[in-house]
Write a protein that binds this ligand. Sequence first.
Ligand code: CAO
Length: 531
Amino acid sequence: MSNSIDIQVPDIGDFSDVPVIEIFVKVGDTVKAEDPLVSLESDKATLDVPAPRGGVVKAIAVKLGDKVSQGSVIMQFEAEGGAAAAAPPAEVAKPSVTAPPSAVSAPAGLAEVRVPDIGDFKDVPVIEIFVKVGDTVKAEDPLVSLESDKATMDVPAPLSGVVKEIRIQLGDKVSQGSVVLLLATGDVLSAAAPVVAVAAPPAQAAAAVGASVNEAAFALAYAGPAVRKLARELGVDLGRVSGSGEHGRIVRTDVEAFARGGGGPAAAPAPKPAAAAGGGIGGLELLAWPKVDFAKFGPVERKELSRIKKISGANLHRNWVVIPHVTTHDEADITELEQFRVQMNKELEKSGVKLSMLPFMMKAAVSALKKFPEFNASLDGQGNEQSLVLKNYWHIGFAADTPNGLMVPVIRDVDKKTVPEIAKEMGELAKLAREGKLKPDQMSGGTFTISSLGGIGGIYFTPIINAPEVAIMGVCKSYWKQHSSDGKTYTSRLTLPLSLSWDHRVIDGAAAARFNVHFANVLADLRRVLF
Ligand code: CAO
């Protein structure tokens, strides 16, 4: 009897036709259960497929770039202990994130969702629970958030299903393998679960204060889970490793070469355009941060930075360092628009929708972005391979001030929505942001951001670009300004100060000035939106 078994891609959520980006083994290798076999990359996540059991690799059925889905055969193993030792059904009935995956399907049941590999962290408190019993979740929806002294991370759902029981409470301390909740799954279950997505949206990325390893850069580095694990084992600061894989992805050999003391592609040379590559920023040789005993000079209190502040801080810092920002100031005459807004608010009084200036600005932004498409774009790739991705959709983010810090919800397809529709959605998203309930997909996909301090004050400021976007419009409080077209007669006009920050790698000063003029002209006369 042959004891050869097929190794298949396990349940990988909603992903199908995902390319194989790395193969970790070769024919003849002996592997242990849970050793990574291949790495897959969708547009949302990088996942490793671990060995469901130990054995010797007899054949590899895929090559780099092949597209696979759940059930695709990737390898044949000569199984340890013969075919009779194939994954026992008992293990399959209660799959968990950390359990060795099985390619075998089993009847519907309860999945125990456990804390996945979270590096060296142990006994980390649960700081947020995003779901309740009865909620339906999709694979990769965040379930709970953990916060150590170094990092904040979300545990995503490994499978789709319905939450049956929550096994932890806020403040409970958990480690890898701790059961978080029970999930009732669909008709077909696999014991496998995707390893935590490393290409996770910023909300899932760890923000940190590093000692020898820069945790924020580590979290942002473009690498798969197996490579991250290896980097942890070897004590390699991933943020300083250059990737030799496609699009600058860091592969095993890069980490190994770096650990050996540099050389080859992993020598961590000059700072790379991390915003485009997804990698960390190396090469900044700065003085150590001043260490001051503040209490020597007077009484002090110490306050933890909020989770949002840590995450947004790491992102803002990267964007500010990597992007050559320039800010161009201008002003818009909104005298007529303000009258129209007041009038429309009277007409809409019963609808419950209240219009501020911001939804009108969103419409003006779309008009300007359509006229100047390089503002609705992102840089992709690095070096000679770098190109500009021009987007044919107009999703506008807006900075929202929340008790926990700055968040940027995104309104999709602003071009297709009316001003009251935008205002309503903005109100809902701002409320969710203030309650800390925004989901990652409500903060992703933006093509341009508006940061309005108009309700508060100020005249001009220099907003930081929300990478990978290439421009952001900052707006301050409108004020009455004396205006003259001939230097003799003056009229008072309601004036809105504008501050457009733009990425000088993509945009030139003349284009930025034209963008502002068009934006201001549209606000001065909204009929221009039609052109
Ligand atoms: N000039 C004058 N008044 C303005 C104005 C402007 N440019 N923009 C808004 N206002 C007024 C509004 O009309 C409203 O007046 P009433 O109370 O009389 O109706 C008041 O200011 C408050 O507006 P708002 O802030 O509630 O509404 P908004 O649509 O303008 O903004 C939101 C919504 C979520 C963007 C805003 O509340 C917010 O959080 N802004 C801060 C953004 C921020 O922090 N940016 C900095 C990022 S960089 O660190």
